[in-house]
Design a protein around this ligand. Structure first.
Ligand code: MFK
Ligand code: FAD
Length: 496
């Protein structure tokens, strides 16, 4: 046999990540850093093992069996190995529990774990994100009965007690415009609420709970009249019969994640708070899952770059290693620079989140968090697609071949820009954040600080012009809303 190319190897996703290690050393007090080390080390070991395992096996998709041999409806979903390992890893390493400890570094400790675990988890991080979001929304609701019922499960350190939560928002009528929700909430004579309707995308259908938007029977049309409900999906070991799984989606990527279309046929539900303003009540969940999205997008970039860098040390062209070819080295360096910027943006959101949640933030930091959350989500979502595409090209034709495992990186990356608010929806959310009456002045100061540091004058002018337009619109409604919206993506990406 002639020449055989070595496959790329994965450096340790924790101990080999210079950027993460440097960042942890910088932001953490040494005592906290040492405690975190053991969990990150173990999650890094798991991620390296999972990488090697995936190169030996054909990746599987979850399988839905709707009927048993005797005609009974069972809706059983068989999960991939990584998904079966998810609850034990999550609870053993306190991935969710760490984020809800009572100190301002809690979120950073959580998201460092998420970053190391994400790619190996095969998007088990998707329902983890929603569970974290549900925890945060329940806390914000102040509904003590539901908090006491659900949080001991969501934040459990025992795999047997652990519950996942879904986020049932999107319907056929619209995922961005949830105001069109058709699912109805009806109250029994005994006062129990029940949900009836169809949810078009449910990514945690194997979970034990969900937060669902529904319209109380007889309520007005539009988003303002929606209510947010807590749902439990299981009756002992069986899924409740009022939750019917119609089918699993056949998706471009995230193949291991069982995303289902479901029908709700009277499943019991409990409102989180008042029977209205469900979107306002679900917003804390959205902001948490958007932060997860940014961190996970950055984790995918880290994986793609790590493999491309390793390959450049193994592959030769024109008499030398790829890394010795000046243009290839420059290509990798440019990718690394974009990645490090995205990493800084995503982790700044995690840092601010922890400070805000523990009352350690200034007014400007609170306003920054509101704006940076959509910006980080939209920027890292797009960047992950660009960067994974570039990384595939670094492997030449091998990057296009399925059993190298590389194409999956690109397919999976495409989801970051779509779910949890598309790029356009988040650009509009950035305008919403800018226009928040209390925060605009504080934000202008923060942004002036960024512009002071920026060397790109064209970008500075664009941002300044956008802010002036926003201010004018807010003050005197002189700028047409349509003009502002048409420019929203430009404003958002420039700010990001
Ligand atoms: C591995 C990575 C892990 C990531 C997890 C991935 C899981 C993916 C699963 C999903 O995709 S779940 C579905 C996600 N769906 C969305 O993200 C919905 C996208 N659409 C939007 O975000 C719309 O902007 C939104 C539905 C939120 C608002 O639409 P509306 O109907 O125009 O509402 P409106 O009137 O602007 O806002 C209602 C209230 O919510 C307002 O407050 P008030 O009632 O007090 O005025 C808003 O200020 C507030 N609000 C909206 N977005 C907010 C927010 N508040 C804080 N933060 C926000 N982001
Ligand atoms: P639409 O809302 O119809 O959007 C279509 C296009 O119109 C987009 O490009 C959008 O940017 C643009 N657009 C819409 N409104 C505006 C506007 N005002 N201005 C400018 N442009 C606009 N949802 C859940 O609730 N739970 C889940 O568990 C879940 N899991 C998912 C898993 C996967 C793999 C995927 C792909 C999606 C999942 N979703 C889930 C759904 C997801 O959140 C929605 O697909 C997303 O919010 C977009 O909604 P839509 O598909 O209805 O698109």
């Amino acid at each position: 046999m002639g020449f055989l190319q070595d496959a790329p190897q994965l450096s340790h996703p924790y101990r080999g990540d210079r950027l993460l290690l440097g960042w942890l050393d910088r932001v953490f007090p040494s005592k906290r850093r040492a405690a975190l080390d053991a969990d990150l080390d173990a999650l890094g070991d798991y991620a390296q093992m999972a990488f090697e395992r995936s190169s030996r096996s054909t990746r599987r998709k979850p399988v839905l069996t709707q009927w048993d041999a005797w005609g009974r409806r069972v809706d059983r979903i068989e999960l991939t190995t990584a998904w079966q390992e998810g609850p034990a890893l999550t609870t053993r390493h306190a991935i969710l529990a760490a984020g809800h400890e009572s100190h301002e570094h809690a979120r950073l400790e959580e998201f460092a774990r998420v970053y190391v675990y994400h790619v190996a988890s095969e998007f088990y991080t998707c329902p983890l994100a929603m569970t974290d979001g549900a925890t945060t929304a329940l806390k914000a609701s102040g509904n003590q009965a539901l908090i006491e019922r659900a949080l001991p499960h969501f934040l459990s350190r025992d795999a047997h007690a652990f519950w996942l939560s879904g986020q049932w928002m999107t319907e056929n009528t619209g995922g961005s415009d949830v105001g069109q929700t058709e699912t109805v909430a009806r109250q029994d004579a005994d006062g129990q609420w029940r949900l009836y309707g169809r949810k078009w995308f449910s990514s945690a259908v194997v979970g034990e709970a969900a937060l669902a938007l529904a319209r109380p029977e007889g309520a007005d049309q539009g988003a303002g009249a929606l209510a947010l409900f807590f749902v439990e999906t299981m009756d002992g070991a069986d899924r409740k019969p009022q939750l019917v799984i119609d089918r699993l989606k056949d998706k471009l990527g995230t193949h291991e994640l069982p995303t289902a279309e479901i029908h709700l046929e009277g499943i019991p539900a409990w409102p989180l708070g008042e029977l209205g303003h469900g979107v306002r009540q679900v917003a804390p969940m959205l902001n948490i899952t958007r932060t997860w999205n940014a961190i996970c997008a950055v984790a995918s970039m880290a994986r793609a770059i790590s493999l491309a860098r390793d390959y450049a040390l193994r592959r030769r062209a024109f008499g030398r290693l790829l890394i010795e070819q000046p243009l290839h080295a420059q290509t990798l360096a440019d990718m690394q620079a974009e990645f490090e910027g995205a990493f800084a943006l995503a982790f700044e959101v995690a840092h601010l989140l922890g400070r805000v949640e523990h009352n350690a933030a200034t007014l400007q930091e609170t306003a920054s968090l509101r704006l940076l959350t959509p910006l980080a989500k939209l920027w890292t979502g797009k960047m992950a697609v660009n960067l994974c595409s570039e990384a595939l090209e670094c492997f030449g034709g091998a990057g296009y071949i399925e059993d190298t495992g590389l194409p999956q990186l690109l397919r999976d990356a495409q989801v970051y820009a779509i779910w949890e608010g598309t790029t356009n929806v988040l650009s509009l959310d950035s305008l919403r954040a800018l226009a928040g009456n209390n925060s605009f002045t504080a934000l202008r100061k923060v942004i002036a600080g960024w512009l002071g540091e920026a060397h790109n004058n064209q970008a500075s002018f664009a941002v300044q012009a956008a802010l002036d337009a926003t201010a004018t619109h807010m003050d005197a409604k002189k700028v047409e809303r349509s003009v502002l919206e048409a420019g929203a993506r430009g404003i958002a990406t420039t700010l990001a």
